[in-house]
Design a protein around this ligand. Structure first.
Ligand SMILES: Nc1ncnc2c1ncn2[C@@H]1O[C@H](COP(=O)(O)OP(=O)(O)OP(=O)(O)O)[C@@H](O)[C@H]1O
Length: 247
């Protein structure tokens, strides 16, 4: 019997967009205290409703600013939705901004523990997986170099290698299969595909429709923060192709 692992109900996300030009923190505090700051309310997500069954893989499509990353962040728990609720079963691993939990002053070795802690992994767990992380990242030679001397591709590789060390029930991927060089991209896609073989449920954002079609069983089109369509991959990707070719 199908098992629902994710339920998103009436989710809305409002941001306050500052209309003021603020040049410094002091300026911001002064303007806030004297109530000179004016904000525009902006709903990045409006009344989002859907469920996912175990093993389903959904591609989230939409043009720039449609709300794709915001939706993934709400599901990952990075943002608390202004309205509605997200209920999930099992561990979620979000691969959003890889390495957002890194500190550039620390070495690669230290950052493995730091980022691991940000992702909720214990020191003992990281100890047991340390060699595997380093091997996958291919960064052994740079382990004791501070992160500020890593290239952005190297940072992403390290982030990907740490984040994918566990086998989650729900995997959230935001443009992360385009990190690193071609060789690493192949390796990371292979790793994700092997996680999929084990029945992981996936939410996937990519600007490559080809990649979405290769990976996903379902798709959703977001438009101005609302769901325009949701359904099987072939129908929805065909609608999206038509939608973007009309621009
Ligand atoms: N922290 C924030 N504060 C204010 N507005 C935000 C914030 N994060 C996102 N937004 C706004 O919400 C809207 C949706 O942004 P989001 O990043 O979810 O879009 P997206 O579909 O992922 O776009 P892209 O394809 O360009 O990555 C945008 O208009 C963006 O400006």
């Amino acid at each position: 019997m199908a098992e629902t692992v994710l339920r998103v109900e009436h989710v809305g996300m409002r941001f306050n967009l500052s209309k003021e030009r603020v040049d410094s923190l002091k300026d911001y505090i002064l303007k806030s205290i004297t109530r000179q700051m004016k904000f525009d309310e902006f709903w990045a997500l409006k009344d989002i409703n859907f469920t996912l069954e175990k093993g389903e893989r959904i591609g989230i499509l939409g043009t720039n600013g449609a709300g794709k990353s915001t939706l993934l962040k709400v599901i990952a728990g990075v943002f608390k939705p202004t309205e509605g609720s997200v209920v999930h079963k099992g561990k979620i691993v979000p691969l959003l901004e890889l390495g957002a939990g890194f500190d550039k002053e620390y070495t690669g070795r230290e950052n493995i523990y730091l980022y691991g802690a940000v992702l909720g992994y214990s020191k003992e767990f990281i100890d047991s997986k340390f060699d595997e992380i380093v091997k996958f990242s291919g960064l052994k030679k740079f382990l004791d170099v501070p992160l500020k001397n890593y290239s952005s591709g190297m940072k992403s590789r390290l982030g990907f290698s740490i984040a994918t060390i566990v086998e989650p029930e729900i995997l959230i991927l935001d443009e992360v299969l385009s990190v690193g060089d071609a060789k690493f991209r192949k390796k990371s896609e292979k790793k994700i595909l092997s996680m999929m073989d084990k029945g992981v449920t996936v939410l996937f954002v990519s600007h490559s429709l080809e990649q979405v079609k290769r990976i996903c069983t379902k798709a959703m089109i977001l438009e101005n923060g609302s769901i325009r369509s949701i359904g099987d991959i072939d129908t929805v990707s065909a609608e999206y192709e038509e939608m973007i070719s009309g621009d």
